[in-house]
Design a protein around this ligand. Structure first.
Ligand SMILES: C[S@@+](CC[C@H](N)C(=O)[O-])C[C@H]1O[C@@H](n2cnc3c(N)ncnc32)[C@H](O)[C@@H]1O
Length: 228
């Protein structure tokens, strides 16, 4: 499945740049608690229009943002001329081994064509002892759906948690519409990719959300791994 981000780039720019519009603004503080202080050089893979890279920059990181969608990279560079933005794919990073001491993947590992290859590349471009900080949609949340939007609605898994799959849904909020299309993985798929890349998980969080559904069921999984 192609997740077609270039085709949907303008929609994502509008969606992501409206402050407070989506879950990023609620969960970013929890994520940045896991992110080490600025070091030598930080890479964000799947940077999109650049909001996470700009937040890293604002925290003092020397950021390179990378994304496969040229329109998103152009928008990120326009909004942050002092940082470096690169069009490339996460599965084949255009950087030397050990170029970074921090790699961030914020809601992008579900979107790349080959998640284990992207994790392997993140490890390759990290120096020894470097950190890999990740946010993904929570594997258990991706495995099912709430039956209704009512408080207390049952969360139902009709397929199998263990099967890797895809999903697509269109969200409408405050006059904006965006179609999300992505992949789902059980937790063990992410862990296997990290293990095979010699990335040791040293911190993992399931941040509690802000409404009935997100207080009962995690929406995101945050983790930090260290390169052995
Ligand atoms: C959900 S968006 C996340 C953007 C940004 N990190 C954020 O949180 O606002 C996922 C991003 O991954 C990018 N992406 C998908 N496949 C990719 C690949 N193989 N290599 C690099 N980027 C990719 C998409 O173009 C898109 O910008």
């Amino acid at each position: 499945m192609s997740t077609g981000w270039e085709d949907r780039a303008e929609g994502l720019i509008a969606w992501a740049r409206k402050p407070g519009h989506d879950a990023y603004w609620l969960y970013r503080d929890s994520f940045f608690e896991l992110v080490p202080p600025p070091g030598r050089r930080t890479l964000e893979i799947g940077c999109g229009e650049g909001r996470v890279s700009r937040d890293l920059r604002d925290r003092g990181h020397a950021v390179t943002g990378l994304d496969a969608a040229p329109t998103l990279v152009a928008a990120a560079a326009d909004a942050d001329p002092a940082s470096e933005y690169v069009v490339s794919v996460a599965e084949s990073l255009p950087f030397e081994d050990g170029s970074f001491d921090l790699v961030v993947a914020y809601n992008s590992l579900m979107d790349v064509e080959d998640m284990p290859a992207a994790v392997g590349e993140a490890a390759r471009v990290l120096e020894s002892g470097g950190r890999f900080c990740v946010c993904v949609t929570h594997p258990f949340r991706d495995a099912g759906r709430f039956e209704t939007r009512e408080n207390g609605a049952p969360f139902v898994v009709t397929g199998s948690y263990f099967e890797e799959g895809t999903y697509e849904f269109t969200a409408e909020r405050d006059g904006l519409t965006f179609t999300w299309a992505s992949r789902t993985y059980p937790l063990a798929s992410y862990m296997r990719a990290l293990e095979e890349a010699s990335l040791l998980v040293e911190a993992l969080r399931e941040p509690v959300g802000f409404d009935d559904r997100d207080r009962r069921m995690p929406q995101f999984l945050h983790l930090r791994a260290v390169k052995q």
